[in-house]
Write a protein that binds this ligand. Structure first.
Ligand SMILES: [Fe+2]
Length: 269
């Protein structure tokens, strides 16, 4: 087993992992230790990695089987399980708080991002601990959320979705608004504002207003780790108990390229 050093980066979540070269095959004890570390810290940072697409995908499989990403126009042509996050191909930074691919029956356990080109300033990624956010709500609201569910489809605000992706991934999927972590057993608030068509029993307008109100109340600096990118960083985000957002506060004349892999998790319960 590799000798791992895990150093917390923020009081609520996030830890830097030293002593692992993700370009090399990882043995079973190391993989198990990383999987447990993710469930505990919710965001893991590996610095100074140099990865080919093949090496990146095999490292990502530590956290679950890589799954198809539904905006296929942004996938790497020769390695379609890797999505390119790059504003120069027409994408806008995802600045709204969210968790990934909630329109899947088995949505991701984790999202991995690898920093390939990083602007000189800004362009960070923030991750919020939705386990802590849930715990901070009052008991009546926790009980209310425990009983609610969302219906999820592709983002309502995207106009360039391919017909084939719409056909494959557009069907409504119901998920609870509180997700139980399969490794840790904790409970966390779970939804995606623009993928949720509505909350069961509520109008779309009232659903969206309630979700935005929840975000405004729940996401406070005490539960947010902000990742300032360095080239070669790999950031692993536990999608079962966090939300994340990008920051578009960088000079768009500079390039920002992240390679994204999502890995399949359990059906939320
Ligand atoms: Fe995302």
């Amino acid at each position: 087993m590799a000798s791992l050093t895990i150093t917390p980066l923020h009081p609520s979540l996030g830890a830097e992992v030293a002593g692992v070269d993700l370009s090399r095959p990882l043995d079973a004890p190391t993989r198990q230790a990383l999987d447990r570390a993710l469930a505990e810290h919710l965001a893991l940072v590996f610095r100074d990695q140099t990865l080919t697409p093949e090496q990146y995908l095999s490292a990502a499989a530590t956290f679950g089987p890589p799954m198809e990403q539904h905006y296929s126009q942004h996938n790497m042509p020769e390695h379609p399980l890797i999505g390119l996050i790059w504003h120069r191909n027409g994408q806008q930074p995802a600045e709204q708080w969210h968790t990934d691919h909630t329109n899947r029956e088995r949505p991701p356990a984790a999202t991995l991002l690898y920093g390939v080109e990083i602007p000189a300033a800004g362009g960070g990624t923030s991750v919020a601990n939705m386990r802590a956010a849930y715990a901070a709500l009052d008991a009546a609201e926790r009980r209310r959320l425990d009983a609610l569910a969302t219906f999820n489809s592709l983002d309502s605000d995207k106009t360039d979705t391919r017909a084939e992706d719409r056909a494959k991934y557009g069907a409504p999927i119901r998920h609870p608004m509180v997700r139980t972590h399969p490794v840790h057993g904790s409970r966390a608030v779970y939804f995606h504002v623009s993928k949720a068509t509505h909350i069961e029993g509520m109008t779309p307008e009232a659903s969206r207003a309630y979700m935005n109100d929840l975000l405004a109340r729940m996401i406070r600096p005490e539960v947010v780790y902000h990742h300032a990118w360095r080239k070669g960083d790999v950031l692993v985000i536990d999608d079962r108990a966090t939300m994340h957002r990008a920051h578009g506060d960088y000079d768009r004349r500079q390039s920002r390229v992240l390679w994204r892999v999502i890995v399949e998790g359990d059906r939320p319960r």
